[in-house]
Design a protein around this ligand. Structure first.
Ligand code: PEP
Ligand code: MG
Length: 843
């Protein structure tokens, strides 16, 4: 045996043990022993010992028993490395037999003794002898008669009398718990909770404080903690039950006493004030010395307090933030530690409404979790109905096959969006995240019958227009009905924690923001600037889409000039507003990158409206729409290709940006706008556009008689741009990786159609994750790393960043930081998650 790591050891302040040899519970109990808390005598069995037991090699059980007082009752509990990995249930009252029953009847009363024995017989029967739990169904579970009946039932079922020898009892309990850990179900369960396949189990054998008896003092058991698990607020909470053991107080909640004084009924504080005061003092000591909010499990025996165990308090995300901040404020942990204790992903729970954890979920389908938060409303199938519903003050969920710019108003009016098609970067998803609107897309396994206005769910139920549904954009579920919700909270602790995170992080976090509302959200979440303003998104509103379409449709240069003249003041106003809201922080404006089809009407009514607006016959409009059709618009005349083909468009945008720069600088901090060219694949494209933009700048300077500076950059979102970044970088102040398109093009996988099979691919393990969600480090990442390295090689001043949706994903941020990017840019609502994730990386 290894003396440094004894397999069976009494827990003392100095007994050698670690969480990875004896498990977290054993280690925690040792800490409690070191604090001199009233912990009953405990023996720890190491992972190695338990492993041996499962293989049939028993430790010296008589010697183990001899560690305890003669006649003591014992309990055995699991001690896995991480308490979250679980383990077999505890077995209590080992050592109980006919002889002890007689003795205990004298000490504590016959009923209590019978009750103890009965509990042991039942749990031994079910968990150790593996008898059918029904065996005891008909038996009254109190008193002497009940006990005799239970012992008899055991004997009949097990075909042998109930074991009387404590050595046999303990041996069998240890064996059954060790084997349960090795079982397939237990292994799968713990692996699902993040445990490695070969995770070990330790066991702790503890002398019991009984919690039952008719003596003078109070008897019972319970749990106590100093904070509320849901809110994180300081409040003594827990459960206590007189005449109980183990977790009975939790299981039989209704019979329990209140802990603190309560008008609704008697409390432990009143019944046993001294014990209560001791418990609170112990919990406070544990908080300070174990540097965490702990839940204590305790038993009171004849008025004496015993601490059986301590575990970290279960907590919601909002409670986690409060608890961490207060521990740091109280000087118990440093700020870095507080920042590390909050899981970045969990923050999105705070930023959005959520389905209450205890609510019943009637799940009827699944899609891609495209924009977090949950929303409940009546089903509507068109943007117009959504607006009508909002006008009636009736929350609605907009259900579409997929969304297009025409749906924007409907999206604003709806509380959530559900689509049949699409993936993480399709229209509904991008806009949903921008608006902070919960969104589930690509729910293709439900049948969407838009004509008959109904949905057939995955379990073949029919949902009609007007029916109430709930979508959970955090996990992609679609639910029937209205489960209970909890509201978003951005309280002081949240702000404090975020401010601390900012002190530690070493990579910038900007927001993708297209509208003043987005920009305001970005500022609210303390983004370092705007990393991507998609200017075509500024034209999705109904009153603006028409001039945009006129511009797209114009054949003759003079028609186009007329349309552009209408667009110029709109853009100038947009940019001025953005600059003002951002108050001198950088704003990166991307010139038009419209996949043109997103702006074209899709149905007859739309064509007719457009014909009316353009004052043309429908047949003319139809013909032109057809002429503009592309086989693959995502790979067609997008981005800089449009800028090269119809240069007046980018000229107009550049002019609007420069004029807005002067207007906004006039009454605020000087603005240095950033202009970004999308979908570049060759350096000549950059050279050509750059020359024109310089000319526009010169002209605005002359006309306004004022100077300004600006930065010109390139979006690296085609594989070729990554490979040729060394040629492109000398012409750019910055390179921003557009990993949405880059992923699409690297995989040859349409971002709008991916939803159809992505969940299948992920389920079957073909892709570890949706690559539109988590950056594919191996493939797309290699292109990004190549682009970074080649870009820097010819321009070591160039600013590097990412602005695809991956910018808000913690793993992807780690990659971006590792390759040396200066900042990441993500949807405004993901900015807090990104700030915290970045801080974790730097600490
Ligand atoms: C990208 O392609 O990563 C990007 C940010 O641009 P968009 O999503 O607008 O194509
Ligand atoms: Mg793109």
């Amino acid at each position: 045996a290894d003396p440094q790591n004894p397999d069976v050891t009494v827990i003392t302040p100095t007994s050698p043990m670690t969480p990875s040899t004896h498990g977290g519970r054993a280690k925690c109990l040792q800490r409690l022993v070191r604090l001199d808390l009233p912990v009953p005598r405990t023996v720890a069995l190491s992972f190695a010992a338990v492993h041996d037991i499962a293989a049939g090699i028993m430790p010296d059980v008589p010697a183990l028993l001899a560690s305890f007082d003669e006649g003591a009752l014992l309990c055995v509990r699991p001690s896995s490395q991480d308490p979250d990995w679980g383990g077999p249930g505890a077995i209590l009252n080992i050592g109980m037999n006919d002889a002890r029953y007689v003795e205990l009847s004298d000490e504590m009363g016959a009923d209590s003794a019978a009750s103890l024995y009965m509990r042991f017989v039942q749990s031994y029967a079910i968990h150790v002898a593996r008898l059918d739990p029904d065996t005891f169904d008909e038996i009254e579970d109190t008193g002497r008669d009940g006990l005799s009946a239970a012992l008899q039932a055991y004997e009949e079922e097990a075909e042998e009398p109930f074991p009387q020898d404590p050595v046999v009892q303990l041996t069998e309990v240890l064996r059954s718990m060790a084997r349960a850990w090795e079982g397939t179900t237990a292994r799968l369960l713990r692996q699902a909770r993040g445990a490695p396949a070969d995770a070990g189990l330790g066991l702790v054998v503890q002398e019991m404080a009984l919690g039952l008896g008719q003596g003078t003092g109070e008897n019972g058991s319970g749990v106590l903690q100093l904070v509320d698990s849901e809110t994180g607020l300081q409040q003594i909470t827990g459960r206590y039950l007189s005449q109980s053991q183990g977790r009975e107080a939790l299981e039989q909640g209704t019979a329990s006493l209140y802990l603190t004084r309560d008008p609704r009924g008697p409390s432990l504080e009143e019944i046993a004030p001294e014990a209560f005061a001791q418990l609170v003092a112990h919990a406070e000591l544990m908080r300070v010395r174990l540097r965490a909010e702990m839940q204590i499990e305790f038993t009171i025996e004849n008025g004496q307090v015993h601490i059986l165990d301590g575990v970290r308090v279960q907590r919601s995300s909002r409670a986690a933030v409060r608890i961490a901040v207060r521990l740091a404020d109280d000087g118990i942990i440093p700020r870095q530690e507080a920042v590390l204790r909050v899981e970045p992903r969990g923050l999105s729970e705070l930023l959005h409404r959520q389905i209450a954890p205890e609510a019943v979920r009637d799940v009827v389908g699944y899609g891609v979790a495209a924009s977090p938060g949950a929303a409940t409303g009546r089903i509507v199938f068109s943007a117009a109905e959504a607006q009508a519903s909002a006008a009636r003050n009736e929350p609605c969920i907009l259900v579409r096959r997929e969304t297009s710019p025409e749906d924007i108003r409907g999206m604003h009016a709806a509380v959530g969006v559900l689509t049949e098609r699409g993936g993480m970067t399709s229209h509904a998803a991008v806009i949903g995240r921008g608006l902070g609107l919960p969104c589930v897309v690509g729910a293709a396994r439900m049948k969407f019958d838009l004509k008959r206005r109904r949905i057939t769910t995955e379990d073949r139920r029919t949902l009609k227009e007007g029916d109430i549904i709930t979508i959970d954009g955090t996990n992609g579920q679609v639910l029937a009905g209205a489960p209970e919700m909890i509201e978003a909270v951005l309280d002081d602790s949240f702000q404090t924690l975020m401010a601390w995170a900012d002190e530690f992080r070493d990579i910038g976090i900007r927001a993708n923001a297209d509208t003043p509302a987005d920009a305001a959200t970005a500022r609210n979440f303390a983004a370092d600037g705007i990393g991507l303003c998609r200017t075509e998104h500024m034209f999705f509103d109904a009153d603006r889409i028409t001039p945009m379409r006129e511009m797209i449709f114009a054949d003759a240069p003079e028609d186009r000039q007329a349309a552009l003249a209408m667009l110029l003041p709109m853009q100038r106003k947009d940019f001025t507003e953005l600059f003002r809201i951002m108050e001198g922080l950088p704003v990166c404006i991307r010139l038009f990158d419209p996949p043109l089809h997103e702006f074209l009407p899709t149905d007859r009514a739309g064509l007719r409206d457009l014909a009316e607006a353009l004052d043309l016959p429908v047949s003319d409009v139809t013909r032109r729409v057809e002429a503009l059709q592309e086989y693959n618009p995502m790979l067609g005349m997008r981005g800089v290709r449009l800028g090269i083909t119809v240069p007046e468009i980018y000229d107009m945008q550049a002019r609007a940006i420069f004029e807005a720069t002067l207007d906004a600088s006039h009454d605020g901090d000087p603005v240095v706008p950033e202009i970004m060219l999308p979908l570049v694949s060759a350096k000549r494209e950059v050279e050509l556009i750059r020359t024109r933009i310089e000319a526009v700048a010169a002209e605005v300077r002359t006309r306004r008689g004022q100077d300004f500076t600006y930065r010109l950059g390139v979006m690296v979102e085609t594989p070729r741009a990554c490979l040729r970044a060394d040629e492109i970088a000398p012409h750019a102040h910055f390179l921003s990786f557009g990993t949405n398109d880059l992923t699409q093009m690297t995989y040859g996988l349409s971002r709008d159609d991916a939803g159809r099979f992505m969940s299948e691919y992920v389920q079957q393990g073909l892709f570890g994750e949706d690559p539109f969600h988590v950056l594919d480090v191996e493939g797309v990442g290699e292109l990004v790393a190549t682009g970074v390295e080649r870009g820097r090689s010819t321009n070591n001043q160039v600013t590097l960043s990412i602005c695809g949706e991956h910018g808000g994903n913690p793993e992807s941020i780690a990659f971006c930081r590792a390759v040396g990017m200066d900042y990441v840019s993500c949807s405004p609502f993901r900015v807090p998650v990104a700030r915290l994730a970045a801080a974790h990386l730097a600490i």
